[in-house]
Design a protein around this ligand. Structure first.
Ligand code: BES
Ligand code: ZN
Length: 627
């Protein structure tokens, strides 16, 4: 339904944020071909966005305007601007030469492509420098989730949050939705009076909710990092520059869990150079957030399923923080280059974990990561095992596997191993400085790698098959193999128990960390038998675990063993959170048998309306919805 500008623009708050030119930034000269954007940044480039929205919970729409500041290359006279959109109702497009007088600009919205959405083509005068789009989102926007009060911790207020990566930004802002286009932004957001709004921008920890908010993001960022959340959230400081936003019932717990935030930022700065984004806050979202975390600049979005009570899952925050260097500062130019974001980030994450929580913990996490990778690779077709991925004709969300993450990180470990930490760390710091605030392709990285590491150190370089790592499937033969002594002890306990040398209650598991439990559960043989499941459960109460990672691992086994005592917990787990990392394997395990599939469908029928559109798309495919 079209949003009538007048209807959402009445009242005293109708003035829009003043437009202003964006700062100049150096970008790589070449424009990369992006299979996932219709936009034409080679002809005209958006540099800055002034955003102005009313958040209309009753209609589940954002309604407002995006005013874009444009730049053409020297001697460029393009008169056609192409933007990405999905499910947007575009009411009016105007253009301006100076930002003060506006004239209607002809536009056309192409028929939608299932993956890419609809190209919005706008005809402009050669000297137009601004374009203003009045539009509304639709309730089904893939990048927005509108929550009813029962889906929140407080259970009394509405909540809205965005998720733009990879190409969902276009479902709530008409933009050149390609990660090689970096923009600054300002935003003005009107919400119901009692709710707070926060963005991937300059949030004020002291702001009181009054329903009218202004934001500025002065550093140029790609569109997938624009983020907004609206709800009853309050703030708890961790340090002068870091803190937690969360709903009041959980903000205290979250602040205790993430008490080491400042220590993590310091560790990261020591390793990779200054934190360049001013504040670093974490917003803990309601449980339907479909990811573990999202590195929205200055304001990481995180799932509440990491609040284990013992800080054991905080590597997730180390990961999102590490994106402040890998991903947000140096960004993948296209989704083919996604491994540059995630592989680097996993590597940095483990370095931060090592500094703050010790080598033992970092090693365990590296081994768990390798296990994930090996399992995933065993199931994936060759073409999906390549870091420099070919995602033509596919949804970039399909590229979200352990390959860019763990294979990417392992590649960097291999370089670290070959050249030594000192040299490799110096290289990494140089890399972040050199490409700061730029979006780069895999080829740009490889060129830099050769010029600044490989070519000057031919002996160690000969040990790392760079081309094979980046362009071929599988894991190269000489790859490092992370190991963990702690895990070797866990394996010894597994053997003792399986050989019936001790009962479960006699296992020396009392001091085990979450990671050791995960390794234990993964190390068990596929078929254990009901009796042994029962024995473990009686000894360690795994069905009742409140640790989401342990629950996930245990429930997978429970499904495979038809271990009925865990079914109520399984149902409760699947209906109380919407994190795709847990939903996907659990539903996949369920649909392997006919009665499991019925159980899956019964649970999904209840849970589906509470899941995020991104999670729904994943689970629909697994269970064959609508049945
Ligand atoms: N940037 C990703 C999340 C993402 C990637 C969203 C691609 C959409 C498309 C984020 O940094 C991430 O990797 N999150 C992980 C957690 C991490 C600890 C591996 C997740 O959500 O599972
Ligand atoms: Zn990540």
């Amino acid at each position: 339904m079209m949003c009538l500008a007048a209807a959402c623009r009445e009242g005293p708050h109708s003035s829009s944020v003043a437009t202003r030119p964006s700062p100049t930034v150096s970008t790589p000269a070449a424009v990369a071909h992006d299979d996932h954007s219709y936009s034409n940044p080679n002809e005209i480039r958006v540099r800055h966005a002034d955003l102005d929205w009313d958040v209309l919970f009753d209609r589940k729409i954002l309604c407002g305007r995006a005013t874009l500041t444009l730049e053409r290359p020297p001697a460029g006279h393009a008169t056609r601007l192409v933007l990405d959109t999905r499910d947007l109702d575009v009411e009016k497009v105007e253009a301006s030469r100076d930002g003060s007088s506006w004239t209607d600009a002809p536009f056309s919205l192409a028929p939608p492509d299932k993956i890419l959405g609809s190209a919005l083509a706008i005809t402009l005068a050669q000297d137009a420098t601004r374009v203003r789009i009045s539009y509304a989102t639709r309730p089904q926007a893939s990048g927005l989730q509108w929550l009813d009060p029962p889906q929140t911790a407080g259970r009394k207020d509405l909540f809205l949050f965005t998720q733009s990566e990879a190409i969902h930004g276009r479902s709530w802002i008409p933009l050149q939705d390609s990660p090689q286009v970096r923009i600054t932004y300002r935003a003005r957001v009107r919400t119901p009076k009692n709710l707070m709004a926060v963005m991937s921008a300059n949030n004020d920890p002291k702001a009181a909710p009054d329903g009218d908010y202004e934001f500025e993001m002065p550093q140029p960022i790609p569109s997938y990092l624009i983020a907004l959340a609206v709800g009853d959230v309050s703030f708890a400081p961790i340090s002068p520059r870091a803190g937690i936003w969360a709903e009041p019932p959980i903000v205290g717990k979250a602040a205790r869990e993430f008490a080491d935030l400042e220590a993590m930022i310091r560790a990261a700065e020591e390793l990779f150079g200054p934190y360049r984004w001013d504040r670093y806050d974490v917003l803990v979202l309601p449980p339907s957030f479909p990811f573990g975390g999202m590195e929205n600049p200055r304001l990481t979005f995180a799932t509440p399923t990491v609040l284990a009570g013992d800080k054991s899952l905080v590597a997730l925050v180390a990961h999102e923080l590490a994106h402040s260097w890998a991903g947000n500062l140096v960004t993948n130019a296209t989704w083919r280059d996604f491994w540059l974001n995630e592989g680097f980030t996993v590597y940095l994450e483990r370095r931060i974990v090592e500094r703050v929580f010790g080598q033992r913990r970092a090693e365990m996490e590296a081994v768990l990561g390798l296990q994930d990778l090996e399992k995933e690779i065993a199931a994936l077709p060759d073409r999906d095992e390549i870091l420099h991925a070919d995602l033509r004709g596919r949804d970039p969300d399909d590229g979200f596997t352990d390959v860019p993450y763990e294979k990417g990180a392992l590649f960097l470990c291999h370089l670290e191993q070959a050249f030594g930490r000192e040299i490799f760390d110096r290289f990494l710091r140089g890399y972040f400085d050199h490409f700061a605030f730029q979006s780069i392709t895999t080829e740009d990285f490889l060129r830099y790698l050769h010029a600044n590491l490989l070519d000057s150190n031919p002996r160690p370089a000969a040990r790392v098959p760079v081309e094979e790592w980046v362009e071929e499937p599988g894991i190269p033969a000489g790859a490092p193999r992370p190991t963990s002594e702690a895990f070797a002890r866990v394996e010894a306990e597994v053997t003792r128990w399986l050989e019936r040398k001790v009962p479960a209650s006699g296992l020396s598991a009392s001091g085990w960390s979450t990671q050791e439990w995960l390794h234990f559960l993964r190390a068990l043989p596929p078929s254990l038998g009901h009796e042994k499941m029962d024995e473990l459960d009686s000894a360690f109460h795994l069905t009742d675990s409140g640790n989401s990672e342990i629950s996930n691992q245990w429930l997978l086994r429970a499904i495979a063993h038809r271990y009925e005592p865990a079914y109520p917990r399984l149902e409760q787990f699947l209906t109380s959170m919407g994190r795709r990392k847990f939903l996907k394997p659990l539903y996949e395990e369920l649909v392997k048998t006919p009665d499991g599939k019925n159980r899956a469908l019964a649970i999904y029928r209840t849970a589906r309306p509470t899941y995020h559109p991104i999670a729904v798309a994943t689970v629909d495919k697994i269970v064959g919805w609508p049945g």
